[in-house]
Design a protein around this ligand. Sequence first.
Ligand code: NAD
Ligand code: UFG
Length: 335
Amino acid sequence: MKILVTGGIGYIGSHTVCELLDNDYEVVIVDNLCNSKKDVVNKIEEITKKQVKFYEGDVCDKKILEKIFKENKIEAVIHFASLKAVGESVEKPLLYYRNNLDATMSLLEVMNKYNCKKIVFSSSATVYGKPKTLPIKEDFVLMTTNPYGTTKLVIENILKDLYISDNEWSIAVLRYFNPIGAHKSGLIGENPNGIPNNLMPYIIKVATKELPYLNIFGDDYDTKDGTGVRDYIHVVDLAKGHLCAIKKILEEKGIDYYNLGTGHGYSVLELVKTFEKVNNVKINYKIVNRRPGDIDACYADCTYAFLKLGFKASKGIEDMCIDSYNFIKKQNNLK
Ligand code: NAD
Ligand code: UFG
C-alpha cells in the first residue's frame, strides 16, 4: 500500500512517515524544503531501517505531481505541505494564500485525474477561532482570525464541496491541537531557524541558552494561573492518529472531521515548571503583554476521534518535555 505524504520531511510529516513505515506502508514523500532539511530523509531511514522515496519539488507544481502519480501507484495521500506561521501569514497573506491553496488545488486536481480519491488533510484547532465553551467539539462554529487559519478553513470547504460533487472521495480532516515533543531516538523533532513563534521551541532555546529568557505572553487570562492554556499533544501520538485516519479512509467513503488532542489543558507556567522538573534545567522567564490574537484557553473534546477512529493519545506532558529536550541536546551535541 503506497501513501504519498506531502510535506513529509517537516515536523509532523517526518514522525508520521516513521509510523507509516513501521506499519509496513510504502511511502513516497514530496517536499520543497522551504521549511525542512533533506537530511531528514536519512534520519527517517535510520530510525525505521526502511527506504522512503523522496521527490524534491513544490506541490503547487502539477508537473512534479504528475510525475509522482505516473511513477507510483498511490492509494492515498496525507497532505501536510503548508506554510504555518500565524504572524507571518498576517504580514504576507498573499504568500500564504498562494502556497497553501495552490498546493491543495494542484494536488486535488492531479489526484482526481489519477483516480486517487483518498486524502487525510492537516487542519488545525485554529479553525475554531475563539470558542465560546470548552472543551471544543468538532461541530462547533468555525471562524478564523488570521490568513493562515483562513487557508485551513477554505481548504476544509473545498474538500467538503469536492465530496458533495463526487461521493467516491474518502476524506479525513484532522484538526490538530498543539503538537510538541519529538521521536524518542532524538533524530527528528522541531528546531526552527531564528526566533521561534511557538512555546516549546522557545523553551528549548532558553534551556540551551541560545535565548536568555522566555517571554510569557500575559498572566491575566481567565485561567488557573492567568497564563494561556493549550492542549499539548505528543507528536508521536499525533502521528499515530494519521494511521487511524488512513485506515478509516481506506475502509469508508465520505468526509469527516476529527480533533486530535489529548483533552487536557495545561497552562504556559505548568509546561515551563514540568520542563524544568523532568529535565533538571532552569527556564528563566518574564511576564510580558498578551500576544495579539491569542485566546485564553483551548482544548479538545477527543470523544469523536476515539469513537470513530479508535484514537487516544497516550503520552503525557512529562514525556513531551523529556523528548523535546532530548532532541535538541542530540542536535547540539549536549550532555
Ligand atoms: P512543517 O513546516 O515542519 O512541515 C511542513 C512541510 O511542508 C515542510 O517540510 C515544508 O518544507 C513543506 N512545504 C510547505 N509548502 C510546500 C509546498 N508548496 N510544496 C512542497 N512542500 C511544501 O510544519 P508541521 O508543523 O509539520 O505542520 C504540518 C501540517 O500541520 C501543516 O499543514 C500545518 O499547517 C499543520 N498544523 C501544524 C500545527 C503545529 O503546531 N505544528 C498545528 C496545526 C496544524
Ligand atoms: N506563548 C508564550 N511565549 C512564547 C510563545 C507562546 O507565552 O514565546 C504562549 C501563548 O501565548 C499561548 C501558548 O504559549 O498561550 C501556546 O502558544 P503557541 O504559539 O505555541 O501555540 P498557539 O496555541 O498560539 O498556536 C498553535 C499554532 C497554530 C495552531 C494552534 C492550534 O501555532 O498554528 O496551535 O493548533 F493553529
